[in-house]
Design a binder for this molecule. Sequence first.
Ligand code: OSB
Ligand code: MG
Length: 384
Amino acid sequence: MTPTGRPSPTAALEALALPRVDHVDLVTVRLPFVAPFGTSVHVWTVKDAMLMRIESDGVTAWSECVSDPDPFYAYETNTTARHIIKDFLLPLVEPGMTLGELEGRFRRVRGHGMAKATVENALLILVATQRNVALHELLGRPATRIMSGLSIGLQDTQEALIEAVGRAVAKGYHRVKMKIRRGQDVEWVRAVRGRFPDVPLMVDANGDYTLADADRLRQLDEFDLTMVEQPLSYSDIIEHASLQRAMRTPICLDESIHSLADAAAAISIGACRVINVKQGRVGGLLESLRIAHHAAGLGVGVWSGGMDETGIGRAVNIHLQTAEGFTLPGDTSETANYFDEDIVDPPVVLGADGFIEIPKGPGLGVRVVAERVLRRTVRAERLS
Ligand code: OSB
Ligand code: MG
């Protein structure tokens, strides 16, 4: 039973029996970004993505750990995730056990959701591939078209920001998110709003403000934003409830939410009206389904965030968004927004109406191109 008293959306998945895993590899690839991605906490110029490759009876599945090399978005890094996966999570995986039992064992490891998600996603993608079904089918969800959304990093000038928003609007993105920080907020939003009065627009502060900035944040209310994402600290829930009472614009929590329990607590005290579900941050697809289902039962919208993933993580996020509760456009953008060349085919592209098709085929539906992975590999290690 769920906190809202409705049947669990994950019961069938928890009962899945896990196959024997013959090999596990961690492969870190480095992909240059087409442009630096700036937030209030850091500017990233490359993507160092740690991928997991698992093999069972000749069938291969890939997952992606959404951590960065640094702890600037979250405390997990590629190095901590490698350590937790290798020394604590993989030793808990036994053939024949159910996914629910594995989750139970993983719970003893506190936190480290990105590491857990890497293992859980790899197993789910493996099972889907073995059964010759798409990941969304394994999740029990029908194929739908996915809404698109672009996250625009901090820009050097308002002109550059307006140009970036203009390109997103021309492409047909369903909503645009712009990063803000202290000293680069109200005036920048006003400039964008002045030029694009009707675009569905939101802002993301990545935790740059405190309650002392409440008057400043309240000024955002005049721009008809769909939401303000994570205005206060990455570790706060309580003060967001005070801020939400003081402003009209819905608050969306990102960094603060690591589990269904966090999401339920945040909603119950009015700390947010929207939740950004990043499957990596909350420990995987099952916990994401639980959060989305719980929020939907309370009329709270959720959407899938992104961690500027390669095509592997991007495909996971796309399949996830077929689930109940994902009613809002997420940070799901075209591959070309981040990379000239990704390691998978086909790349994500927007259709004429701004929607994204689910890649067709078993598992993720995308093909990992071995030659590109090899060319981009900066570190590789066989764990078993
Ligand atoms: O706060 O949502 C965020 C990227 C890296 C780390 C944190 C965030 C982001 C994004 C971009 O906003 C999401 C994406 O396009 O994948
Ligand atoms: Mg965010």
